[in-house]
Structures are given as structure tokens and as C-alpha cells.
Design a protein around this ligand. Structure first.
Ligand SMILES: Cc1cc2nc3c(=O)[nH]c(=O)nc-3n(C[C@H](O)[C@H](O)[C@H](O)COP(=O)(O)O)c2cc1C
Length: 198
């Protein structure tokens, strides 16, 4: 295989330890935060394609891939700004609308639960983490004018917008993030039915 590199420029002979040296996965998780102020710097199309490749490779229940993603930038993004309730999102150069195709979804027999929404959320989460590793700021946006968004995108009947994600270079770089207040681990998790001792 020599030094052959894949789509992402990662040497295929790298094992996980080498990858860890290149960039710590935890570091990326710790840098992610919701960004609501963006610089005007566009996202390079090469980087955007890398992020979309991550979306394409994301896991989905029974590999059904019951989703569709609208990438909105340029003039369409200017128009799309009408859907936002927060001005901070106007400057973001790119927004991605993650849509579920419930009819294509895997259905869990025991409760008839359709998993399309879960699959969309996984794909968007992976996109967000990849974007963070590129120094790109992101924010989930679930609160927006849904009817207006459907109209602008000419959304087909079989699709539901699960969430938007705005992307752009943040005004302040993504440093290791001091988390907003979170619940204590003991309040959200048990280990073998036993409370977590902090
Ligand atoms: C599903 C989802 C929907 C969200 N929708 C919005 C939104 O509409 N507007 C907004 O400003 N932030 C939105 N957020 C961002 C959350 O407010 C944010 O993740 C949370 O306060 C924790 O802050 P952090 O992301 O900086 O760690 C959303 C987050 C999630 C996960």
C-alpha cells in the first residue's frame, strides 16, 4: 500500500495510535460548542466535500440511509436567512438541512418505532465533529420557521426536516471549551443499575 492516502488525506497504513498522534479525538469533542457568531470567510469547497463524505459514511439502522441533506450557501443561503429567529445565524456561510425519509426507515418491530430521525441525528453529529476538527463552528438549529424552510427548499411530501446545522468559521477560534452547566453524571447515568459515584 506504500504511502497511499485515502479521500481524507490519511495514510491508509496508519493505525489508531498514529491517528491519535495526528489529532486527539477527545480534543475535538472538547472544542465543540454552539457558535452563533460567524466570520464572513467562506468554507472551502474541498473541506465541505470532506464533511459531506463523513455524512455519507455515517451509520444508520440496517444501513437504510433514510435521509436527504440540503446544503445551502451563497444566494440561496441569503434567502434562507428568513427562516432563522436569531440574527447570529445570518452570517454563517453554509446551512445544512437534515431530512428524514420515514417511509425508507428501519422499523423496530417491538414498538413500531421508525429510526429515520435517529439516523439523521447521527449523520449531523458526525458532520459537526468533523467540522470542529477543521476549525469550523457549528450550531444545531431546531427552532426555525419550518413552513418557510419547506417552501424555500420545495421539500417533497415524504421528507421531514429534523434539524438545521449552521456552519462557518467562528469569530473566535474554537478553544477547549468550558462547558455550560451540565447535569451531574449521577443524574443521567447508572452503571449496572448502581449510581455513579463522583
Ligand atoms: C437538537 C438541538 C437543537 C438545538 N436548537 C437550537 C436552536 O434552535 N437555536 C440555538 O441557538 N441553539 C440551538 N441548539 C444549541 C443548544 O442550545 C446547545 O447545544 C446547548 O445549549 C449546549 O451548549 P453547547 O452546544 O455550546 O455545548 C440546539 C441543540 C440541539 C442538540
Amino acid at each position: 500500500m506504500g504511502n497511499r492516502k485515502n479521500f481524507f488525506g490519511i495514510n491508509l497504513r496508519n493505525n489508531f495510535t498514529d491517528l491519535q498522534k495526528k489529532e486527539s479525538v477527545y480534543d475535538i469533542f472538547l472544542r465543540r460548542r454552539s457558535v452563533r457568531n460567524f466570520s464572513s470567510r467562506p468554507i472551502e469547497s474541498k473541506i465541505l466535500r470532506r464533511l459531506l463524505e463523513i455524512v455519507r459514511r455515517s451509520p444508520s439502522a440496517v444501513n437504510k440511509q433514510p435521509y436527504f441533506f440540503y446544503v445551502i450557501s451563497g444566494k440561496q443561503k441569503e434567502k434562507f436567512n428568513q427562516v432563522f429567529f436569531k440574527k447570529g445565524f445570518y452570517n454563517a456561510p453554509v446551512v445544512i438541512a437534515g431530512c428524514a425519509l420515514e417511509n425508507d426507515s428501519w422499523v423496530r418491530k417491538s414498538d413500531n418505532r421508525k429510526f429515520a430521525w435517529v439516523d439523521v441525528i447521527i449523520a449531523l453529529t458526525e458532520l459537526i465533529m468533523a467540522a470542529t476538527s477543521e476549525g469550523i463552528g457549528t450550531c444545531w438549529v431546531a427552532s426555525f420557521d419550518l413552513d418557510k424552510a419547506k417552501e424555500i427548499l420545495s421539500l417533497p411530501e415524504n421528507m421531514e426536516i429534523v434539524s438545521l446545522v449552521v456552519l462557518g468559521y467562528p469569530l473566535k477560534p474554537l478553544t477547549i471549551y468550558r462547558y455550560k452547566k451540565r447535569k451531574k453524571l449521577k443524574d443521567i447515568c447508572v452503571i449496572n443499575q448502581q449510581p455513579v459515584i463522583s
